[in-house]
Design a protein around this ligand. Structure first.
Ligand SMILES: Cc1cc2nc3c(=O)[nH]c(=O)nc-3n(C[C@H](O)[C@H](O)[C@H](O)COP(=O)(O)OP(=O)(O)OC[C@H]3O[C@@H](n4cnc5c(N)ncnc54)[C@H](O)[C@@H]3O)c2cc1C
Length: 455
């Protein structure tokens, strides 16, 4: 078998799956990409609105995301990438405070001078820590309180942790916040400390669309609206996939699905592997986007420390994206990450809207609903993996215990955070592994025949 006669199924058309299909086909492998939705993109996908594309969930690329920028260049959309210096703020005790310049920092009202010093020390401390395994057994709260002190923890870190983990952060290792501090400092440009973020015209999907076009150039078959119902295993080897159309054989199968979703497709996998996938927990997200006539805040992100407000940040992406690319609309996202047992996941869109607006009006008494053109609720069940302390050994491996079944998802990119940069870099790693292995696949896979129902 030469490389092109080796046929691989990639399951999942999010940024990870699309990058993987692109890279594998570039290396000469024959690829079919399966996506259950009617469009590619997954969490990084778009919703059509008023004749334009709007990110389902706010998405930015950081100036330090070099793999992403390389992909943007390779796929021919570099001219659509724009850099902007963004600002952030904190909403605390009924007041909004800027948190951008050294002066903002030195006069940040929620903290006293001693606490400000300890907060700065924490950020510096994280930059000098290079061995994440050393801190992976330390609970995030303990690590932060040691350097920042309890006051700073309660005022700054705890609200930020709550924003990302809901109530599920007591078991989270220090590595999580360390990764985040490293990533955020990577976007700071010299002494000006201006945060540089990037966006693509016409949404993040512009990159996915360009990569999909490259994939098609390299001969990838993209199957949208196609749900994988089962990954078929025969004699310990993945031999193909089952869809509504029937069975299709492949030389190898690569899943980019979140662990429990993959587990459900593997009824015949070895029990310990199946159980390992099924016990991985994820946070979900509830994330309304308001389409406004006027801007709400001057920041890209306003972090909220007040725990009585159900959403944990306000993200006005049109303080990053030029409104001329979104027909003059102002886009404001109001996210809430949800622990697996949070009953808000079952709230109707109408209930979310009424609850969210009550609190928004509390924060902004002058907010006039006639400024709001739309309020669209987006949600996703499997978003952020929860990886408790002491479970490093439970992270699945790229090569699964099933021969010729590979997997990759955001659980596995630890200690990096689940984001486009980490997902695309990880796709390169998988490509290398699969290309290396494919060279040794001397025999056709065990089921070489495609069988369709009735045929
Ligand atoms: C609110 C929010 C904000 C974010 N902001 C940023 C940001 O600013 N910058 C950044 O870099 N990252 C951001 N992220 C993270 C980023 O979206 C994810 O890391 C990334 O999209 C994960 O991609 P993925 O391909 O691994 O997974 P997914 O996007 O989940 O893709 C998996 C795909 O598999 C498909 N699928 C599932 N089951 C099947 C099946 N049985 N058969 C076929 N297909 C199936 C799904 O439909 C989906 O398209 C954000 C995420 C959220 C939720």
């Amino acid at each position: 078998m030469n490389q092109t006669s080796k046929h691989i199924a990639v399951i999942g058309g999010g940024i990870m799956g699309v990058t993987l299909a692109y890279r594998l086909s570039q290396q000469g492998l024959s690829v079919t990409l399966y996506e259950r939705g009617d469009n590619l993109g997954g969490l990084a996908g778009y919703m059509p609105y008023d004749g334009i594309r709007i990110d389902r969930f706010y998405h930015t690329i950081l100036s330090s995301d070099m793999t992403m920028q390389q992909l943007i260049e390779e796929s021919g959309v570099k001219d659509k990438l724009h850099f902007t210096a963004t600002k952030q703020g904190f909403y605390d005790n009924g007041q909004i405070h800027s948190f951008n310049t050294p002066l903002d920092f030195m006069t940040f009202p929620p903290l006293n001078i001693f606490q400000r010093f300890r907060l700065a020390l924490q950020v510096i401390y994280a930059q000098f820590e290079n061995d994440w395994r050393k801190i992976d057994n330390i609970p995030v709260e303990e690590w932060l309180v040691k350097v920042s002190g309890r006051g700073v923890y309660n005022k700054v870190w705890k609200p930020l942790l709550r924003a990302k983990f809901d109530t599920a952060f007591t078991d989270v290792p220090a590595t999580y916040i360390w990764s985040r501090l490293k990533r955020m400092m990577g976007t700071r440009q010299g002494v000006t400390s201006k945060e540089m973020m990037c966006y693509l015209e016409n949404s993040y999907y512009t990159l996915i669309e360009a990569l999909a076009a490259k994939c098609e150039e390299y001969g990838v078959t993209i199957k949208l609206n196609t749900v994988i119902e089962e990954i078929v295993i025969e004699d310990g080897q993945a031999t193909g996939v089952q869809t509504a159309e029937g069975f299709q054989s492949y030389d190898a199968v690569i899943s980019t699905l979140q662990s429990p979703i993959l587990g459900a497709l593997l009824p015949d996998a070895p029990r310990p592997f199946h159980d390992q996938l099924m016990r991985q927990e994820y946070l979900g997200v509830l994330c309304p986007v308001m389409i406004l006539k006027e801007s709400l805040i001057p920041y890209y992100v306003l972090n909220i420390t007040d725990e009585s407000i159900p959403f944990t940040a306000i993200v006005e992406t049109t303080n990053l994206v030029d409104t001329k690319y979104v027909k003059g609309h102002h886009l404001v996202y109001l996210p809430k990450y949800l622990a697996p047992d949070n009953e808000m996941a079952r709230w109707s869109d109408e209930k979310v809207k009424s609850e969210w607006l009550v609190h928004l009006k509390r924060m902004f008494p002058d907010f006039d609903e006639s400024n709001m053109v739309d309020f669209i609720v987006q949600r996703a069940r499997y978003v952020e993996p929860i990886r408790p302390i002491g479970t490093l050994d439970d992270i699945p491996k790229i090569k699964t215990p099933v021969d010729r079944l590979y997997m990759c998802n955001t659980v596995m990119i630890y200690p990096s955070l689940g984001n486009g940069e980490a997902a695309t870099s990880f796709s390169y790693e998988i490509t290398e592994q699969v290309v290396k292995d494919a060279a040794h696949w001397q025999t056709p896979s065990k089921s070489a025949v495609t069988v369709y129902p009735g045929g």
